[in-house]
Design a protein around this ligand. Structure first.
Ligand code: IMP
Length: 423
């Protein structure tokens, strides 16, 4: 068994799905291991756009099986809607989706709690996707959450939902409870055939000639522990999360690809040292269509932050970089990369994760020449303008990891392999 992990290494939305899709043609399994339908993974192929929220991006390849590990949380009703809409679009999903029997559930209550928590936090709200992800994970940690197999046992399911409301000091009317149970029963009628044991499927086949692609959601700077807490998501978004989220030890992963954009983006709240509030930021947002695929929110834009990038490369032990959206820079005269953080007059290359410290940071920039030419047709390194080659070199050098995959457009055909930097 050979395995590759494709991991978002900034604040999410690094265009990971495009890289999973680029590599996914050869994969037997594409596996999600954390997050839920807060993710929005976009793939454009042959002029058609697909957006996946819970279903792994490998579903576009007819021979690839898509696995969902126990580290993921599933909203059963939204999941069925996603399945139905993909099937209506012509994709055949039967027999190709497998969900681990330990996977946690997002219930209607979690979405209500997410909404309420954001309203109560007001000025210090997180800016969540309001998909109920945080409350679902909190309930699992508190051992009152529900698991997908609970759907198989109606009386137990009813009791667990009642207990969940009681745990939150809430009551649920008999009518509402019946309505929820009915919807969950309908969802289970479809989901039951997808539920399996992903851990044994992966580990007991480890000696077979199969290839696995682990697909990260969100990005390492949104990791619950190592991200810019509290402005993070509620799952673990790191290399090690593959083990806890699938049962397949991260020690066995053969290659870890960290995905970065040529610039930075962030949705939701929280300090963002290189954020651009000027017309260049606006231009990048428009050209790069930087609007959330799940919520439609405009993404915040900033220059590439090599301090944050090196930190996430280090904590995830990445082997190579996939750099996306390089084409978005075409026509911008001057580009910047943040090489150091300056705090109280002192320079450092260490990332600061505490919000009060991160918001004090003055980024120190290295300036690069931009390029005029539209590079979306440059399908090899040699065809790129010299300035774009220099920019790629600088990223490899500053992050101290070679760039191996470069993407210069939205379509599947606009990604290519070339090694920049490294030994
Ligand atoms: P939650 O995951 O919905 O609880 O949101 C917590 C934080 O993570 C917010 O800042 C969200 O905008 C961010 N977030 C969650 N999922 C994604 C994603 O797929 N891409 C980018 N940001 C995300």
């Amino acid at each position: 068994m050979s395995s590759i992990l494709v991991l978002g290494c900034m604040w999410g939305d690094e265009a990971k799905a495009k890289i999973v899709d680029y590599l996914g043609g050869d994969a037997d399994y594409v596996v999600r291991f954390q997050g839920g339908n807060n993710a929005g993974h976009t793939i454009v192929t042959g002029g058609k756009k697909y957006v996946f929220h819970s279903i792994p991006s490998g579903i576009l390849y007819p021979n690839t099986k898509c696995l969902i590990g126990s580290g993921v949380v599933i909203d059963p009703i939204a999941f069925i809607e996603e399945v139905n809409s993909l099937e209506a679009g012509g994709l055949k999903l039967a027999g190709r989706i497998m969900i681990d029997k330990r996977t946690g559930l997002v219930l209607p209550l979690h979405k209500v709690l997410d909404e309420q928590s954001e309203t109560r936090l007001a000025g210090s709200k997180i800016g969540t996707t309001k998909r109920g992800i945080g409350p679902a994970y909190s309930d699992i940690s508190a051992r009152v959450g529900l698991k997908i197999m609970d759907l198989a046992y109606p009386a137990y399911l009813k009791q667990r939902i009642e207990e969940l409301y009681a745990y939150h000091n809430l009551t649920i009317s008999a009518a509402e409870l019946n309505q929820q149970l009915l919807e969950l029963e309908k969802a289970w009628a479809v989901l039951a055939s997808y539920v399996t044991d992903v851990e044994t499927l992966l580990n007991l086949n480890k000696n077979k000639d199969l290839s696995i692609l682990f697909e990260g959601a969100q990005g390492a700077l949104l990791d619950l522990n190592y991200g810019s807490y509290p402005y993070v998501t509620s799952s673990r978004v790191m290399t090690d999360a593959v083990g806890t989220g699938t049962g397949y030890s991260a020690r066995k992963i053969d290659k870890i690809i960290g995905v970065y954009k040529a610039y930075c983006t962030r949705v939701g709240e929280g300090p963002f040292p290189t954020e651009l509030h000027d017309e260049i930021g606006q231009r990048i947002r428009t050209t790069g269509n930087e609007f959330g695929s799940t919520t439609g929110r405009p993404r915040r834009i900033g220059w590439f932050d090599a301090v944050a990038a090196s930190y996430s490369a280090r904590i995830n032990d990445i082997d190579s970089i996939a750099l996306t959206c390089l084409d978005v820079f075409s026509g911008i005269e001057e580009l910047k990369i943040c090489t150091d953080y300056e705090v109280n007059g002192e320079r450092s290359k260490l990332f600061l994760s505490h919000p009060l410290e991160l918001e004090q940071v003055k980024p120190v920039y290295q300036i690069f020449e931009g390029w005029d030419k539209d590079i979306s047709g440059c399908l090899s390194f040699n065809k790129l303008p010299r300035a774009a080659q220099v920019y790629l070199d600088a990223i490899a050098e500053l992050v101290k990891v070679p760039v191996q995959i470069i993407s210069i457009g939205k379509d599947r055909s606009q990604t290519f392999t070339h090694e920049v930097g490294g030994e």
